[in-house]
Every structure is written in structure tokens, then in C-alpha cells.
Design a protein around this ligand. Structure first.
Ligand SMILES: C[S@@+](CC[C@H](N)C(=O)[O-])C[C@H]1O[C@@H](n2cnc3c(N)ncnc32)[C@H](O)[C@@H]1O
Length: 244
């Protein structure tokens, strides 16, 4: 198992080793291209399972009247839309304008959209009641920095939830591996018509740390009461933690 320091930040993009600056730039390019197809791709890449996983995440979150929720790397706002309502503030933060534009066009209303990087949240300390991130942590370059920023903006007792793909074991492992390595990039290419548009996906899924490592990193940056549970035989996982 890796030490928390080793999963602090990602140095790869696909099979290449890249600088943080280059990785961020390439990530923005990927989502620029994928944005118009994102919802469809999400269904295809997870065989529709992401819907149930999102419902599970939403069922774990309590957001009271007047409270604020920040969805980091929130993309088109699919997860955030489930929390939105007139008596609370729901913010999607993402580094990709095209992704957020799609969300706005789809009329995912009552959401505030903020263009920024997950490692430098433009919000004061202790200004959020809940922070969520779904399918975002494996894409950010600074994993530890993103978790630290989530912790910083949460009020004391505020809750953090992370939904992400994970590492299945047993019989599902080889099937998942084959799907991620061969089927998913092919589907990505068919949908986007851009060769290699989804190449990074394989390594980001298969190379992402396991749930124990993410738990260790969350504790390392300062979250308490850190737990996780696996979904769909370990294909995805939800971590949660509290700001002490
Ligand atoms: C796979 S999508 C997930 C979108 C959304 N959270 C969902 O559940 O569908 C990953 C998102 O992370 C965003 N992203 C990647 N790196 C980021 C960073 N460093 N800061 C903020 N957003 C980032 C991308 O622009 C993209 O919208």
C-alpha cells in the first residue's frame, strides 16, 4: 500500500509522466472535448450504474434550510442538481467552462457556477456546511491539495463526501480491467469521434489508489470519522469524513 505522501498528487496523464501544469492543461482539453457528450459517456462507461451510485451519495447527505453545499469538480452539475433548492445554496466549482455551460443549458437551475481549480477554492475558511466531489478526485492533479481545500472551507462538524471509481476484487476484477482497458476507450472514441480522447480514462481508473489509501490520505490531511463503503462489488466507493 502507498503512503499518503505518494497519493498526494498525480504525475501521470494516460501512460505519460507529465508536469502538474501540463496535466491540468490536458485535463481541461479533455473535458472541453467531452463536454457535449459527457452525460451519454457517463451512462456508457458505467453501464448506467452511476445513477444508483449518485442516489446513494445523495441519500447520505443532510442539507438543512439555509445551508451551503459545494460540489467540487462538479462538471455539468448532475450530482449538485439533486441538492439544489430555493432555501439553500448549492455551488458547482469546476475548471472546465464547457462542462458547466452544458449544465446551465440543461437548465440545472438553482445552482451557482464557479470556474476555479479544486486546489485553490475561492471561498473563505469555514464557509460551507457540506462539500461533495463525484468522479472528480481521480481527475485532479493535486489530490491532497484538493482534500485540504475541502477541509479548509468546511465549517467545524461539516461533512465531506467523495464518490469515485474504485478497485473491485475477486471475479469482477478481470472483467472490470478488460472493460476499462479495451471497451471504455473504444466507446469514448466512438462517441466523441476524437481518437485518444478517452485514453487517459484507462490509467485514471486503473491507477487510482484503493479505498484504504484514500481513507489514509483523508485522515492524513485532517478529516476525522473517515469511513467508506463499496458500491457494485467495489467498482465504485463513497468516502465520507468530518471536519473536527
Ligand atoms: C468525470 S467529470 C465529473 C463531473 C461531475 N462531478 C459528475 O459527477 O458527473 C470530472 C470533472 O472534474 C473537473 N476537473 C478536473 N480537474 C479539475 C481541477 N483541478 N479543479 C476543478 N475541476 C477539475 C473536470 O473539468 C470535470 O468536469
Amino acid at each position: 500500500m502507498s503512503s499518503p505522501e505518494k497519493v498526494e498528487h498525480s504525475t501521470t496523464f494516460g501512460r505519460e509522466t507529465v508536469t502538474p501544469h501540463d496535466r491540468d492543461r490536458r485535463m481541461r482539453e479533455v473535458f472541453h472535448r467531452l463536454a457535449p457528450h459527457y452525460d451519454r459517456l457517463c451512462d456508457m462507461m458505467t453501464l448506467g450504474l452511476h445513477r444508483g451510485w449518485r442516489r446513494e451519495l445523495v441519500s447520505m447527505v443532510t442539507l438543512k434550510k439555509g445551508q451551503r453545499l459545494l460540489d467540487v469538480a462538479g462538471g455539468c452539475g448532475e450530482t449538485a442538481a439533486s441538492f439544489a433548492g430555493p432555501d439553500r445554496q448549492v455551488i458547482v466549482l469546476d475548471s472546465s467552462l464547457p462542462m458547466m455551460e452544458i449544465g446551465r443549458e440543461q437548465g440545472r437551475g438553482e445552482i451557482d457556477w464557479v470556474a476555479a481549480m479544486a486546489r485553490a477554492l475561492p471561498f473563505p475558511d469555514e464557509s460551507m456546511d457540506v462539500v461533495t466531489i463525484s468522479f472528480g478526485l481521480r481527475n485532479v492533479t493535486f489530490v491532497g491539495g484538493t482534500l485540504r481545500e475541502a477541509l479548509r472551507v468546511l465549517r467545524r462538524g461539516g461533512r465531506f463526501f467523495c464518490l469515485e471509481v474504485s478497485k473491485p476484487a475477486g471475479i469482477v476484477k478481470p472483467l472490470h480491467h478488460a472493460f476499462a482497458r479495451y471497451v471504455a476507450p473504444w466507446l469514448g472514441m466512438r462517441v466523441t469521434r476524437a481518437p485518444h480522447a478517452y485514453d487517459y480514462f484507462v490509467e485514471s481508473v486503473l491507477g487510482f489508489p484503493g479505498p484504504e489509501e484514500i481513507k489514509d490520505l483523508m485522515e492524513h490531511v485532517g478529516f476525522v470519522d473517515v469511513r467508506y463503503h463499496s458500491l457494485s462489488l467495489g467498482i465504485a466507493c463513497i468516502h465520507s469524513g468530518t471536519k473536527p
